[in-house]
Design a protein around this ligand. Sequence first.
Ligand code: UGA
Length: 433
Amino acid sequence: MKIAVIGTGYVGLVTAAGLAEFGHTVIGTDKDSEKIEQISRGTAPIYEPGLDELLKRNLAKGTLTFTADVDGAIRDAGVIFVCVGTPQDESGRADMSQVEGVSRTIAQNLNGYKVIVEKSTVPVKTSDWIKRIITLYRKGDTPFDVASNPEFLREGSAVSDFLEPDRIIVGVESDRARDILVRIYKKFGDRVVVTNIDTAELIKHASNSFLALKISYINMISDLCEKTAADVEQVAFGMGRDPRIGKEFLSAGLGYGGSCFPKDIKALTKIGEDMGVNMDLLKEADRVNHKRTAVFVDKVKRALWILKDKRIAVLGLAFKPETDDIREASSIKIIRELIKEGSVLRLYDPKAMDNMKEVFPGSPQVVYCEDPFQAALDANALLVITEWAEFRTLDLARIKDIMANPIIVDGRNMFEPGSVRKLGFEYYSVGRK
Ligand code: UGA
């Protein structure tokens, strides 16, 4: 059975290439024909480790193709994965207009039984709307099923997350749809968890919000560590040794950014409130996250006192390492604050500089640098915002020699305080002395 994947963003592109890698015949589609041309040549429009290789390999096999003819792709396929964006609207709810539009297009091209699979992150109960739209717009009474198969990949490790998932959630309401989806993911055996559709939709939002909660929790604890002799890294290590807590997602720092957590925690809050459920726990977690920028800028102020005309090196712009994505990145908020204070910023990131230039074009106050050393030259302080691996092995002795003042404010606890101070730096990090 042919699979169509609608949408070629992060999720759509990795899903299309990944399903082809599992041995299926896949047609990826998007109405943006320029994007389709680029992807058809085997080059992803985003930076994601391993993705270009995965695309090229499966395009060459001939089992993966891309087309801007969305209607044709739908007519050709028996299974349709919907991977369009569900961005945040002004109220904090998910904007479902793209999903609605695609549902209409599917209805108009429903030429036989198809399973329509929601892969984008959607509010619980979305499948009811998709069903209603398809029923309203289809010609005749061609049968179809809607299913939910949320995606859990992380940017930066999207390819390996997709190819080796911890679990695959399949929400269905008919045996026919269940059998098709279980067959698609056959190689994963009992890693496939079958539920009803509402449950599958909720698992995705509940997972992301729980991880966001975990991050805000450790950030709150890190503030407490700073007022005491406790060390947040050791607290997290000690907590994480308990398998009921787990060691992942306990890194204190600048809080969560990206295109998922900030949006999803707000969306789940709204979903609950719209249904009369008290969601204050999530609201508070989001508030804690929001304050991380101010906490960090205060540290920079504590180190430099007056920020006006200070030359500040900023290492890391992406919302996390191994991506060029700057959506909801803490760097943007921090840079905005420092510009307001009148500082001169010298920015460096291994991958995200082009994207950042669209937010802050180069100016006398915002200078893009070719490497960390150029950024640090004559700087009064150096800030670490994203924990790129290459910063961990930075020649700090050389950095110290070229800076005007040897001050590091580290938002990601990249360095070991003792050894940095031994080199002669004044060093501020998160939740540690
Ligand atoms: C997240 C989830 O981890 C994926 O499972 C999910 O599929 C995805 O959202 C999505 O819904 O599409 P992603 O946003 O790519 O993935 O990145 P994460 O690795 O989860 O990091 C999110 C943010 O949390 C980053 O800003 C990161 O710096 C921050 N973080 C993460 C911390 O501050 N501390 C931690 O311990 C871990």
